[in-house]
Design a protein around this ligand. Sequence first.
Ligand code: URA
Length: 479
Amino acid sequence: MADPASRSILVTLDAEDDIAGFRKEARRLLAERVPPDRVVWRVAGSERDLFGAEPARRASKAEVSLPRAAVELAQAAAHHSDPGRWPLLYTFLHRSLGEKALADNPADPLVRRLRQMEKAVRRDAHKMHAFVRFKEVEDPGGGPSRYIAWFEPDHHIVEREAPFFIRRFANMHWAIVTPRRSIRWEDGQLRAGPGGRREDVPQDDAFDEAWRAYYASIFNPARVKVSAMTAEMPRKYWRNLPEARLIPEMIETASARVATMAANALADEERGIAEAAPRRMAAPVAMPAIRALVRSCTNCPLHGPATQAVPGEGPADARLFLVGEQPGDMEDLEGRPFVGPAGQVLNQALEQAGLDRERAYLTNAVKHFKFELRGKRRLHRSPSAENVDACSEWLLAEHQAVAPAVTVTLGATALRGLLGKSVPLARVRGTQLALPSGGALIPTFHPSYLLRLQDEGARRIEEGKFLSDLRRARELLAA
Ligand code: URA
């Protein structure tokens, strides 16, 4: 009779992506120190030959202690789509019980294999963040619209990446459908379910035109490298990307456009304005597209900890354009600019200067809240030049779409965001500059500077200057 200790143990997972099931079974087997060569891993419904293996017994209370790096590597690699990964993962975890630094040994062939899998999963997640495009589905009953996207990941990443999309689109109702799984976010609840079909997801919506306009305007023909471009945006994603329709034509016309750009740059230099001109898009992009792009922005690390991006608000044809620094704590939670204490100071000053906030377009140089956690409090931190520059394309797109007669920058960060370079506020405050785009620019203080001034006399003086800058804006608007 076969020795029970040498008989194979059959473990059946519910599905190809039953990672939770694998984790549970692996813990139980590791607790009993079952060697990898005794375990047969199978997925329910698969065709593997299991003859002679005995079904796994449930229940074991023994604990296992694994190095954190090993758990993290196994967790990431478990999302890979290789159906043969379960025995590899179990072997790795079993070895990690004794070899505590195994996960950090790049010379080990098994570790190398798992690291490759981890990298492939990470890359797939990155593609998902970049290439998911939601289509709007209006509610016939007049309720909020829903947004639905089709995506084809290489690996089992859909549920794993849900938190990324929840952070980005917390206030929307949305679903991401893939061939194997789908996720749905509605009223603050995430639900996962089976996959779907591409045909069931709307293929075109009003945003698509806007996406195409945006993409065409940021496309730099001087930088076009077809191989790099197709590596970054593999052709398999093209059919789901509205902007991809433009790519072949853009590549074809790139060299002619580079020649035109070079000629224009020369002409600009001759006119002496190249230095002062902020980076602009070739053509204005419609405001709904800008808002959608801002909400999904990952240009810099600030998007991670923030609740949401805060795009500007106000009429798209406003004649007055006000730029602040970045959303604060309240703005981050509400998703609207200038609704906290600095907003109150601003509202009061606008009113005193005879300017109507409702008729102005209000935005920030940086669209995500930058903060430092102190206990439960989130303390404001100033954005770096990199943060401002990473965000400036949104500010410039908003500015270009609104094309205001008068722009008021509140503080040095707003000025940098608009001009694309640092200019000492003390040098230009109190003056009026002509923007290359045609409107007037009035650089002034940030309202929170006034809030911070302790000395009553100094505050009065600075408030007076702030008011006189805003009054000058009103005069220009009236002229
Ligand atoms: N400070 C800013 O600069 N912008 C806001 O939206 C709020 C506070």
